[in-house]
Design a protein around this ligand. Sequence first.
Ligand SMILES: Nc1ncnc2c1ncn2[C@@H]1O[C@H](COP(=O)(O)OP(=O)(O)OP(=O)(O)O)[C@@H](O)[C@H]1O
Ligand SMILES: [Mg+2]
Length: 492
Amino acid sequence: MNGVRILLVDDDVALLEALPQAILLRMDGVQIDTSETATDALERIKEVDYDAIVTDIKMPGMDGLALLEAIGKVRPGTPTLLVTGHGEHDLAVRALRGGAYDFVAKPIDRDYFIASLERAIGMRRLDREVERQRLALERHARVLEHVDDGVFLVDDTGVIQHWNPAAAAITGLTPSAVLGQRADDVLPDWQAIGPTIPVASVPGPGSTNARTLPFVIEGREVWLSISGVAFEDGVVYAFRNLTEERALDELKGEFVATVSHELRTPLAAIYGSAQTLLRQDIEIDEDKQRRLLQVIAQESERLSRVAADILLANRIDSGRLQLQTNRLDVARLAQEVVERMRAGFAEREDVTLEVVAAEPGSFVAGDEDKLRQVLINLVDNAVKYSPDGGAVELRVEPNGTSLSVSIRDEGLGIPHGEQQRIFGKFYRVDPQLSRGVGGTGLGLYICRELVRRMDGLLTVTSKEGEGSTFVVELPLALAPQAEESAPVVQHA
Ligand SMILES: Nc1ncnc2c1ncn2[C@@H]1O[C@H](COP(=O)(O)OP(=O)(O)OP(=O)(O)O)[C@@H](O)[C@H]1O
Ligand SMILES: [Mg+2]
């Protein structure tokens, strides 16, 4: 019984001397303190967390029952034995009701007393151990609350017993929906996937390699990198979400496919035309030669446009793009773009291009080259994605402190669910076919980023099958004195 501390409280000094001897005779390593009054005892109890307290019931001043009550407040876990006088059964009963661990009647039966004291100390030790383990568990649980990895525990019967906040955040399944449920019921693929998850028998780094596996959770596919550690009553699993990484990988794959397709198509045309021109076994008249050279020129231009877009997107991403801020006459710029595009789309007679400017000479603050590029991209899309022809209209109008340019078409339109995604890098609706028109899916990404860097906004409204309207909104230029577009500010 090493390190055990007991307090004896009695106003009978003779007993205070006799009892410790009796205890020390039967119990080793016990440290015994004594108090002659309840008040003194209480002071000690406040300072020392005793393993057991033995107190006489009848004492002058504060008696044993009052002391018992006070102990209950200061040290509710400490077992207290009360010593009652001969025949004081009522007091003994009151003591037990008051929370005493046991009572010992005078004259004290030493064997009974020691046995009871040992039990009290044993119980106190167990309580302390339970408390220590509870705190350790709580600490572990708190640690689990804060890790970024999802952690859950499946017991031997297949029931989920722990589900940390990261698990809830990653899967969208709350602890209340999951705890106490069978893993098969909560995770539909558990029966098939569960056995394929690597489970180590000892915890520690490198004991198992996690596997990346697809789970369908509430209709959503999530890729989790998951591994487990077995322990006596079940398996603790830890996982992290790799869905985005996988999506990015897929996107990269798609990008490579798109870019190589975008490069290969014009290259094939250039190569074919050049080969034809080089043939000596056939006569090529001047007209045909011209057409072949035209193909070479056009396709080379397309190639360099794709390369330029990729480089521009890269410069935007790395923050290396410098923008000039000038006062720009947007209506004039729109007119210029439309004329240029009309020439470019000469073969698309089914599409009409029109500029509507309510107030000519509305100035915005922006970068002329970049805004031109934005308008060209948007008009290019409007025409490209109007396979059945129709009107494309550029409307320039002031709108409070800003000026908006709307590019409206009567083409394919964009499904509601795609209207934000089309601004993503390399994103094309229906990339395989894309209705027979080429593109890298970089156009709108570049447009939105350029507009954003001019402190503007690019938005879309569209109805599938009816057409789309893209709106560029830019801040109006503040000082309308200068005639020419003079540099105002330069920003990165
Ligand atoms: N006016 C429009 N009408 C219908 N769909 C459109 C329109 N503009 C864009 N889209 C859709 O959004 C996608 C992304 O457009 P974006 O301009 O970024 O790329 P792209 O035209 O495919 O290629 P490029 O990089 O050559 O511009 C297009 O592939 C198309 O599916
Ligand atoms: Mg485009």
